[in-house]
Design a protein around this ligand. Structure first.
Ligand SMILES: Nc1ncnc2c1ncn2[C@@H]1O[C@H](COP(=O)(O)OP(=O)(O)O)[C@@H](O)[C@H]1O
Ligand SMILES: [Mg+2]
Length: 257
């Protein structure tokens, strides 16, 4: 019997203003463990800001976040990452002048090698650890079809490949929750299909996903449940089919054209 909470992440009353703009106002979400949960809404609805609040990339004005049964809203970003929440950015943040493999290794959870004296005492252990991290990075790159690019500059990757690299880099830390900000935006249709396949595969291996996405085909094919934000607030949530035909959702999107 497992006593793990069935809700992996629960956010309540999250709020953030920028000057006079209420970007996120009193927003809640429940993310069931093992799910692929969607987060949609017109441009400017507050989706990216909401991500930033969850991982403390930005400090919330108020609100609480429970992750895996414990409050995390008081933790710094690295503390949240260590507990198993990883996010990608709407515009992927990869280091163009480093190789694909080096980008992966930068994410590796560290590490005895960080301390000077540790190098002195544990030299062999560190080399062993580096080998293990390189193996892990190559296995992950292989799982997203980037293994042949490992020694290329990350700057040589296409936009879609950068998104894949960012996801694979997040997986170096064995996250429980991967939060993807528009994984399909600006990606060609063939690669979108592949990305969806990889997400499904990682999900079957036990990773929970929260996905911001405008591409409704992606949302419909992947998500168990979808939450809709509009003008910084919760609008509705439901199954993808319920959401797609929901009058309030249609109105919110039409109103934003
Ligand atoms: N760092 C910021 N400074 C000022 N305003 C911001 C900042 N980030 C987002 N906003 C504003 O907050 C609102 C929500 O933006 P965002 O979270 O990026 O929406 P979405 O991701 O749903 O398109 C928008 O009005 C946006 O202009
Ligand atoms: Mg956004």
């Amino acid at each position: 019997m497992s006593s793990l909470p069935t809700i992996l992440l629960q956010a309540r009353h999250l709020s953030k203003s920028f000057g006079g703009i209420r970007a996120v106002e009193d927003v809640l979400i429940d993310i069931p463990r093992g799910s692929i949960t969607g987060l949609i809404g017109p441009n400017g609805a507050g989706k990216t800001t909401f991500f930033n609040l969850l991982v403390k990339f930005l400090p919330p004005d108020r609100g609480s976040v429970l992750f895996d049964g414990r409050p995390v809203h008081h933790l710094p970003p690295h503390g949240i990452a260590r507990l198993g929440m990883m996010r990608t950015f709407q515009v992927p943040r990869v280091l163009s002048r480093l190789s694909v493999l080096e980008n992966m290794l930068l994410a590796a959870p560290n590490q005895r090698g960080e301390q000077f004296w540790a190098v002195w005492f544990w030299g062999r252990g560190i080399r062993q650890q580096e080998r293990e991290m390189t193996d892990k990075a190559m296995t992950l790159l292989e799982s997203v079809g980037l293994e042949r690019m490992a020694t290329e500059y990350a700057g040589a990757l296409s936009g879609g490949q950068r998104k894949l690299l960012e996801m694979a880099r997040g997986l170096m830390n064995d996250p429980k929750l991967m939060m993807l900000d528009e994984p399909a935006a600006g990606v060609n249709p063939a690669l979108i299909e592949q990305i969806c396949g990889y997400i499904g595969e990682w999900n079957r291996r036990g990773i929970t996903f929260l996905i911001i996405e405008h591409n409704m085909d992606v949302i419909m094919s992947l998500c168990d449940r979808v939450w809709v934000l509009a003008e910084g607030r919760n609008l509705v949530d439901g199954t993808p089919a319920e959401i797609q035909s929901h009058p309030q959702v249609i109105e919110a999107y039409l109103g934003s054209e």
